[in-house]
Design a protein around this ligand. Sequence first.
Ligand SMILES: Cc1cc2nc3c(=O)[nH]c(=O)nc-3n(C[C@H](O)[C@H](O)[C@H](O)COP(=O)(O)OP(=O)(O)OC[C@H]3O[C@@H](n4cnc5c(N)ncnc54)[C@H](O)[C@@H]3O)c2cc1C
Length: 330
Amino acid sequence: MAKGVWVIAEQRDGSIRRVTLEAVSTGKRLADKLDEEMGVIILGSGIEGLADEMFHYGADKVYLIDDPSLKEYTPDGYVTPLFTLINENQPSIVLMGATSEGKDLTPRLSARLKTGLATDCIGLDIDDQARLEAIRPVYGAKAITKVIWPESRPQITTIRPNVMEIRSPELGQKGDVIKIKTTINPSDIRTTIKEVIKGASHRVDLTEARIIVSGGRGMKGAENFKILEELADVVGGAVGASRAAVDAGWKDHQLQIGQTGKTVGPDLYIACGISGAIQHLAGMSSSKYIVAINKDPEANIFKVADYGLVGDLFGIVPILTEEFKKIIET
Ligand SMILES: Cc1cc2nc3c(=O)[nH]c(=O)nc-3n(C[C@H](O)[C@H](O)[C@H](O)COP(=O)(O)OP(=O)(O)OC[C@H]3O[C@@H](n4cnc5c(N)ncnc54)[C@H](O)[C@@H]3O)c2cc1C
């Protein structure tokens, strides 16, 4: 019988990604409900030091697949050892972040395991028959569906980043580390990574940022984003954009926040010249504190804002930057 809740961890340059902490925290909650064990699989090269963090967030066991050929993500390299490990151990649930890697890997894995996959879930629970119940938006978030796996196992899902809560780490928590011997033949990996070109930005990744300064059509031009970048630099945040700003070519699509962009959940979201269309709110309304700057007092963004500043952003943003500078310098 399938048993256990497992998470496929994602690490980048030796650091566990935030969405993995969300998946592990969610996995722990599900495992407790089922009274089953919680396992985390980490793949990569030289990753042994990452196991402890997984125990702190609730893992009972950490499976390490450590091999030089897994240094960079490749679909062939990752899916084969994952398939073997999961097939041999038969966990009942497998979770991963709905990131680019998660979106690439989990369909391949579920096809090999001949089981179903629910992607981009915003809620997960256990029903009264001990089955996973996955909640996911469909038709551009116009409807919400509930997915169950009547028979096939494992029940595989990816979770939308920045939606599920991260539990408080328990630093004394320990567990078992299981090193998995891999039999990866480098010639079986059909993809060759020649070079990894990192984004030119020195700023934190949008989905991991704790502070985001975001601009919309009200910025009136690409060059004006400079004032948002100055504010972001002072507070150590990232810069985002509405679709209107992206469609105008002022910012890269990678920085778009919303239904067809990134979902973010920072501690502080500062929306500048953004009206607050439903599709934009879909990507940022779970932010802890929202500050809106807009010259239209009727703008929809004020309905979700904790603090609203009615006025010209070109006057307000530089003042905010100066005031934050003073606070940080003292
Ligand atoms: C299927 C679909 C998917 C979509 N996905 C997304 C998505 O992922 N993300 C997204 O953002 N949108 C998305 N949209 C688009 C969305 O509907 C809105 O058109 C878009 O969010 C509007 O962007 P905006 O708020 O920057 O622009 P606007 O709605 O034009 O708002 C500009 C705001 O700036 C204010 N302003 C202007 N000048 C100043 C100034 N000097 N100082 C202060 N305020 C000023 C104005 O009062 C106004 O409120 C989607 C739409 C569809 C149909």
